[in-house]
Design a binder for this molecule. Structure first.
Ligand code: AMP
Length: 184
């Protein structure tokens, strides 16, 4: 299973991704987590990523694409993966097509839908360094202008499923599993 989980910051992608990754036994690849780990360890990638992520901006495509390309070459992705937080730009979506092994396709793209008011209220409570209100607003604007349009590209391919991100975690997980089963 090759799955993308898509949605604004604070939509609950990470929480749901953990369930899916366990249930389908596929690695959960979160670009945000990989950047944060590199920032913690002060690697060259982390040093580069830090200035963007702290400002609520996207790390440049060249850097992000190279990182994902390398991750997808690792053996644990042979039977599938769950990508969380990638692609976020049209250039990343394009690059991803070329990273997939010959003859394989994405099974499904889960599009988590949550209103901006709800997101601002949730993220304010999370307490991460990039969760200050002005940074959240910037991240939401980038999501709306740059990332959200990609969903339509996947919708046109017939592999996108809208998932309402409001409700209990269990209810949302159930909707997600249903969507995955349909696209197996
Ligand atoms: P996230 O945890 O997914 O919200 O990601 C945290 C931060 O990492 C983002 O605000 C960006 O600075 C950076 N980041 C994560 N994924 C990407 C991506 N696909 N493209 C560019 N920057 C990213």
């Amino acid at each position: 299973m090759r799955i993308l989980i898509f949605g604004p910051p604070g939509a609950g992608k990470g929480t749901q991704a953990q369930f899916i990754s366990k249930r389908y036994n596929i690695p959960h690849i979160s670009t945000g987590d990989i950047f944060r780990e590199n920032i913690r360890n002060n690697t060259p990638l982390g040093i580069e990523a830090k200035r963007y992520s702290e400002a609520g901006e996207l790390v440049p495509d060249m850097v992000t694409n190279a990182m994902v390309r390398e991750r997808l070459l690792q053996e644990d992705t042979a039977d599938g993966f769950l990508l969380d937080g990638f692609p976020r730009t049209p250039a990343q979506a394009d690059a991803l097509e070329h990273m997939l092994p010959e003859g394989t396709k994405l099974n499904t793209v889960l599009n988590m839908i949550v209103t901006e008011d709800e997101i601002i209220s949730r993220l304010g409570k999370r307490g991460r360094s990039d969760d200050e209100e002005s940074t959240i607003r910037k991240r939401l604007r980038i999501y709306r202008d740059t990332t959200k349009p990609i969903a339509e590209y996947y919708r046109a391919k017939g592999i996108l499923t809208d998932i309402q991100g409001i409700g209990t975690i269990e209810d949302i997980t159930r909707c997600i599993i249903e969507a995955i089963e349909k696209h197996k």
